[in-house]
Design a binder for this molecule. Sequence first.
Ligand SMILES: [Zn+2]
Length: 289
Amino acid sequence: MNIAKKKLPDILGSRSLQAMRNRLQTIKKNYETAQFLADLFISLGRPDLAKRIANCYRRLRLEIFPPNPVSIISFEHCEIRVCPFCSYRWASQLAKKYEPLIDRKARQGQMLQFITLTVADILILDRAVLDEIWACWVNLRRQKLFKEVVATLACLEIKRNEINWHPHLHLILIGGKKISEDALSISWYKLTGNSYIVKNRPAGFSIFNLITYSLKITEIQNAEDLRQLYSSIDNYRLLRGTGKLWGIKASVSRVPAESFNNGPMNSFNIDATDLDEIIHNLDVLLGGI
Ligand SMILES: [Zn+2]
């Protein structure tokens, strides 16, 4: 496999080559994470999930349509929620749908608010814990504070440190007046019984990044972490909208496996085992540009 040396510099500028190199490096890192999770699934007695996650994103195709950046598509997905490839793919599909809807409302003059609601540290994560957070949010949303808000989007982010889980909600509110952090904090504390830390930040950052970052799968250290996280979020909605943001689903377009050998012009199939060599070739190329 020597595609990088022979053909790519004729087609791509150095910026696209650099972007491609970074993308392939991320894929390589994700393979390591997926393999680590596969080993943990084995120790949890789930060889079926181990096999699926270890085989995710293994056959890739680079598609190049100058002057656009390269796109790297995959033909095989495991669809496991904690998979580094599938979780990002799923989150970015949703983000691409929500972002224009939210931007349109902002352009129409509706106010946007970005709120974070935190929850006290949690030792053992399970679905009941997450259901409780959602129930608190539903109750909060019904309060007077939110009276003029016309649509909401809530993303449940789950972080982990060495001891505890830190679930928290990122909210995007459309319409209404600015909600004070003090009023929000009092209401959130009444509902949760132990959590009062809230933030209401000004708008002005990427909605796409907010959604994809919130839904990023947390770093898992061991089999017990994986067991708790997987059983909590598998087939579970981490993103919930109301108003015009209700009912939006990821519709990931699948590339049929048979099209693997019938790519458009300037496309290259890559096998996972070739990744190191391609990255090395790109480094050599970039060094010489
Ligand atoms: Zn996957």
